[in-house]
Write a protein that binds this ligand. Structure first.
Ligand SMILES: [Ca+2]
Length: 128
């Protein structure tokens, strides 16, 4: 097993199960420098986000090349409906759909993450 880690260059990676490494699906637990950013799984042209929560491309060289500026890596956005997979900086926090009185039937986390809207909320309303 340790041989495998050496072969993959993952000797500093603390994740025990390396099977998900570079399997084409983005894994948050492997998406760090020690684990070589999941072998690039989180920076693919089409990131498979079914097993990750953050699913962010963190590879420095890819970010420098502008990959993190790519507008949104998932398709199927529904206006006015909070969708966790779009609730990211890349997807403009689902255009604010997870903040306020949107349709929350399509999300699990349904959290208002948009920093701009959070600011507004903090100033105006504190009662639920
Ligand atoms: Ca993976």
């Amino acid at each position: 097993m340790f041989k495998e880690r050496i072969r993959l260059g993952l000797t500093r990676c603390t994740v025990k199960n390396l099977e998900p490494f570079q399997d084409g699906h983005c894994h948050d637990e492997l998406n760090n420098q020690e684990c070589r950013y999941d072998g690039g799984d989180c920076c693919l042209d089409t990131v498979l986000t079914n097993v990750c929560d953050q699913c962010l491309c963190k590879e420095p060289d890819k970010i420098v090349s502008g990959r993190d500026q790519s507008p949104c890596l998932v398709n199927g956005q529904l206006p006015g409906v909070c969708q966790d997979e779009f609730n990211t900086p890349q997807c403009n926090y689902d255009n604010g759909d997870c903040c306020g009185s949107s349709d929350l039937t399509w999300c699990d986390i349904c959290k208002c993450l948009d920093p701009r809207i959070q600011e507004v909320r903090g100033n105006t309303s504190n009662s639920t």
